[in-house]
Design a protein around this ligand. Sequence first.
Ligand SMILES: C[S@@+](CC[C@H](N)C(=O)[O-])C[C@H]1O[C@@H](n2cnc3c(N)ncnc32)[C@H](O)[C@@H]1O
Length: 305
Amino acid sequence: MGADDTRGFVSLDELIRPRTAAAIVAEPDGCGCAPATADEAAGCCAAPEAAPAGQGPVPVETHVKKRYDALAVQGTSTLCCSPTSVYTPEELAEIPDWVLELSSGCGSPMNAIGLRPGQTVVDFGCGAGLDLLIAARRVGETGRVIGVDASMQMVRTARRAAKEMGLKNIDVRVGDIRRPPVREASVDVVMSNCVLGMFPDKKEVLHAVAAVLRPGGVAVISDVVYSDDGPPPADVAAGESAGAEDFARCVVGMTESQYRDLVLGAGFGSVEMRSDGLVPYRDGAQVTSAMIFAYRDDSPAQPCC
Ligand SMILES: C[S@@+](CC[C@H](N)C(=O)[O-])C[C@H]1O[C@@H](n2cnc3c(N)ncnc32)[C@H](O)[C@@H]1O
């Protein structure tokens, strides 16, 4: 895009400025979680901040977390993609049906990255845990897979899936990926599947991703974008027109080049981007999915694919 060619796109500053969703009315039950342990209570209730009852709009993140808590309880996702549109039948073999029902990604980061036995992997916004399960088989018993999600109900689902599949190298934590409960510079790979799109301030999350990577580490991020060469498609909201439900559906798009610039400005050494073309959403929308490879250092120590 040329410097003077705005074509109605919002600026990066507008895209990364935190905002609230005026259409969502505050609900009286705070963060809406029912933690079983003190640990869960800290992670769950510290994550999104709810506005006091009857006092204005609830932050986008509160709407998002409640939405995913409700989906986990319901046992079926209506948001984002079915995994059968983005993963192969072989990759999905042996995954419990109820995990597939709840999976809400928009790409297949586990296809894109060659994980090695012994590596430590973190999934930012792991949801019901599909990518955790695939990663855990690839890093093997000497490796470790950590999932982080703000929805305690999703975390419970992912823990149940790991237990049912007998995968002891998975550790699922309740937490906010803007302040992840993961030690700095401690992981080889961060993956994230259809999560960053739901943050008004994506840069804050990207800084947190960069911070947990070891030297030589890489982040593999699937997200919804739109083309540099035209207006956003009808299903993708941009800037101030976005409501909380747009964020929950991860369709608050950035153009590919805006996304690349944002990642580069968030503390990574180098960035590659691959367009995965149109993917079908569960609700019938068609969105453009992109895979971002963000290397902590200047030159990738680990080839992406
Ligand atoms: C579209 S779903 C994707 C889930 C999973 N990656 C998948 O592919 O099925 C987005 C997930 O991000 C989680 N999430 C939203 N905001 C979060 C936050 N601030 N911190 C951690 N997780 C968050 C939601 O609870 C939800 O599980």
